[in-house]
Design a protein around this ligand. Structure first.
Ligand code: MF3
Ligand code: CO
Ligand code: CO
Length: 289
C-alpha cells in the first residue's frame, strides 16, 4: 500500500490518535481549530530561554530514540510511537498532536515527501530516507527540531543530499548574527545549495518559536531580500529548517491536507534546530546534552 508500482509514496493507514495522560499539560490550541493569536516579540528572558532549552532537549532526545529505531522493515507509525513515548516519558506534550487537527506526535517525511508526512503503515526499505520532526511542549514553551535518517545504506546521491542539507542548516545558523536581517539566513543557504544544483524549498519556512509553536516571524531558506527584513537581535529565538531537493522546489499536497511532496517526485531532505541568537554568536537549543 504505502509505495505504488512506480515506487512513489501513497497514503497509508493512520493509527488512531493518542491521548497523553492528564498529568501532561496541553498547549492552548489542543481541541481548537487554530492556535490563539500571538502578540509578543521573538525575544525572551533568560528564564524563558531556559524553558525553551528544556523543551528542546526533550525533542532532541526523542529524535535520538527514533534514530535508534530506524531500520529497514520499521513503519513510520512505529517511529511516531517511539517519539510519543519519549516525549511523554520526559513529562512533555508532543506539540504537533492536535495542532490544527494534525493527528500524530511527529511528522515522518519519506523520500519525496518535503514535510508534514503523517506517520502510517508505510514500511521503510533499505535506501529510503525519513525525516522525523518532533516538537516538545513543557512549562509553557516549545522546542522544535528535526533530522533526516538514512534507512540502511542509501545511494551516494542521496547520502550527499542528506549531508549537505545538514551543512546548509549549519551555515544558515552561523549567519544569524545581531544587526543583520533574517533574510541573510536564506541567502547563505541558497548560495550553498546552488553549488550542487539542489532545489531550495520556498513555501515552507523557519519560524519564531517559544510560548507559541509558530509566532508569526518567518525565516525563509532562499534569498528573499529585500523581503523578510526583520533585524536579528540578541535574545531572539527561531528555527532554521531548510528543505533541499534533488530536483524542483515545486510541491503538491495530498488530500490529507498535510503531506507535501516534490512535484517531480525527486528526493528531499531537511534538518531543523531551534536557535537562540546571542550578542556574540548563537546557541542551539535543541541538543540532547
Ligand atoms: N514541526 C513543524 C515545523 O517545523 C511543524 C509541524 S506542524 C504539523 O514547523 F502540524 F504538521 F505537525
Ligand atoms: Co519548525
Ligand atoms: Co519542526
Amino acid at each position: 500500500m504505502p509505495f505504488d508500482v512506480q515506487g512513489r509514496l501513497v497514503p497509508g493507514a493512520v493509527p488512531s490518535t493518542r491521548k497523553p495522560p492528564p498529568s501532561i499539560v496541553r498547549p492552548p490550541y489542543v481541541g481548537r481549530a487554530a492556535p490563539p493569536a500571538y502578540s509578543g516579540d521573538n525575544t525572551y528572558t533568560e528564564e524563558e530561554i531556559g524553558r525553551i532549552r528544556a523543551s528542546g532537549r526533550i525533542a532532541s532526545r526523542a529524535l535520538d530514540a527514533v534514530g535508534e529505531a530506524v531500520r529497514p522493515g520499521v513503519t513510520t507509525a512505529e517511529l511516531d510511537r517511539v517519539a510519543y513515548e519519549s516525549v511523554v516519558s520526559q513529562g512533555a506534550y508532543p506539540s504537533t498532536l492536535g495542532y490544527r487537527g494534525y493527528p500524530a506526535s511527529s511528522c515522518t517525511s519519506v523520500n519525496e515527501v518535503i514535510c508534514h508526512g503523517i506517520p502510517d503503515d508505510t514500511v521503510l526499505r533499505e535506501g529510503d530516507i525519513v525525516n522525523v520532526d518532533v516538537t516538545a511542549y513543557l512549562d509553557g514553551f516549545h522546542g522544535d527540531t528535526n533530522r533526516t535518517f538514512r534507512v540502511g545504506e542509501v545511494s551516494e546521491e542521496v547520502d550527499l543530499l542528506v549531508e549537505r542539507t545538514h551543512e546548509a542548516m549549519m551555515r544558515g545558523i552561523k549567519a544569524a548574527k545581531p544587526g543583520r536581517q533574517v533574510n541573510v539566513i536564506g541567502r547563505v543557504i541558497e548560495t550553498y545549495a546552488k553549488r550542487f544544483d539542489y532545489g531550495v524549498v520556498r513555501d515552507f519556512t523557519g519560524h519564531g518559536v517559544g510560548s507559541s509553536f509558530h509566532t508569526g516571524l518567518i525565516i525563509p531558506h532562499y534569498d528573499s531580500a529585500p523581503a523578510y527584513a526583520d533585524v536579528i537581535v540578541p535574545g531572539m529565538v527561531f528555527t532554521v529548517e531548510p528543505m533541499l531537493t534533488l530536483g524542483t522546489h515545486e510541491w503538491d499536497q495530498w488530500d490529507d491536507g498535510w503531506t507535501v511532496t516534490t512535484r517531480d517526485g525527486s528526493v528531499t531532505a531537511q534538518f531543523e534546530h531551534t536557535i537562540l541568537v546571542r550578542e556574540d554568536g548563537y546557541e542551539i537549543l535543541t541538543v540532547s546534552e
